[in-house]
Design a protein around this ligand. Sequence first.
Ligand code: C2O
Length: 533
Amino acid sequence: CMVRHYKFNVVLKNTTRLCSTKPIVTVNGRYPGPTLVAREDDTILVKVVNHVKYNLSIHWHGIRQIRTGWADGPAYITQCPIQPGQNYVYNFTLTGQRGTLWYHAHILWLRATVHGAIVILPKRDVPYPFPKPHKEEIVVLGEWWKSDVEAVINEALKSGLAPNVSDAHTINGHPGPVPGCPSKWYTLPVKPGKTYMLRIINAALNEELFFKIAGHQLTVVEVDATYVKPFKTDTIVIAPGQTTNVLVTTHRGGGKYMVAASPFMDAPIAIDNVTATATLHYSGSLTSAATTLTSTPPKNATSVATNFISSLRSLNSKQYPANVPLKIDHSLLFTVGLGINPCPTCVNGSRVVASINNVTFVMPKISLLQAHFFNISGVFTSDFPGNPPVSFNYTSTQVTNFATKQGTRLYRLAYNDTVQLVLQDTGMITPENHPLHLHGFNFFEVGRGLGNFNPKEDPKKFNLVDPVERNTIGVPSGGWTAIRFRADNPGVWFMHCHLEVHTTWGLKMAFVVDNGEGPNESLLPPPSDFPKC
Ligand code: C2O
């Protein structure tokens, strides 16, 4: 294996989209940022230099960071931010993972434009478990605001109301053709009769997306850097934080075909309705040729999303077995959703908050990982509730226990404990699909359903053989999902909704995993250039 060095200069860059120009925070002046490429078992060193006025940190989303929590990145969870003018070298090894992941800023709303792909190739001479594609392409989906993104969330926090939605979605940084506005967009050149692999990443702040290509089927082969049993679909659904690899086989003809990323949102609230488009362009076809268009699912097409999600299964081959924990040490139920707390200075005298088990998470002033490692008291408590404070009953009408309690509370696990975690959407204010992301682990989704989780009946139907393995999972609107993982990674691991607005409102918590007794079962000490608060 190799050591690979990267340098990320985080700089402002004037960028024009939708006919208007603004400075955006970027890695090396690029939006999306440069791609990290490595092989399974390689070590990556990324020197991040902060040239902007904001505090900064970068998270390597989905990288397990075994014993190297200091390189995980979420600000005030595993590190103090890199202050303006400072730098920090993220140093980590890609243990037992291959596939598509991504990196993004993990402080404020900087990830809107500070993000890029991570491609982990299998070890040399280890083939993919599917025919080798002719070519691979990265497809990063995102959102674009005409106004300053930090201003959008700051205004919302002041008013207590929901923030403004984005003005467009993007595919590899571009919304697509914009009427009345000279615009470039992403074009994927293809040859007839070949197979391409698209590594699709949803880097949007706040929206789940449908993705499809006119006239072409997609064969799903991997999600969140784990192989799945291949299946064909014409539409994929992808939540913020998730990655999906698909194979596309081109036909014998030619032409131009629309690629579309459109919003999926089953809540009846305002969203950015604009579909981002790109073009699949067969070699030899004239640029002036008409593009074959595709329809996109309606934004509330829950059945399309449900069909896609229920088709996902781990590959579970001899080489890539699904090691689902069968014996469970901690059986937890977390309610996730929004709430309302009083706020005398806000527009309505109240503010929208979000919570897990009615706890609205409060960010500490130094990182939780430091507090844990150096035994600094008073930073967090280890009493996060394993069950909701009052037993939860979803009736599909608005519930009344809106109020939440604030706290920096963690749930403590011993090394190698196994966890079953049922995530139940509360549907407070409105039902909404929450993409929950767990740092430091992959987990298996062993079951999902609508309404209330039934602890007697539902576990009988769990899939403990080949459930999908991932790092970010959509908790269905007005329903639940059950995940299982093994706590074989000592440290402090953030779990939060990957809709950025919900994270900001407090839909987050963390697990603290103690060291094991074995020689390779303890958290390593922090590096010498570790940022100070
Ligand atoms: Cu991709 Cu904590 O996030």
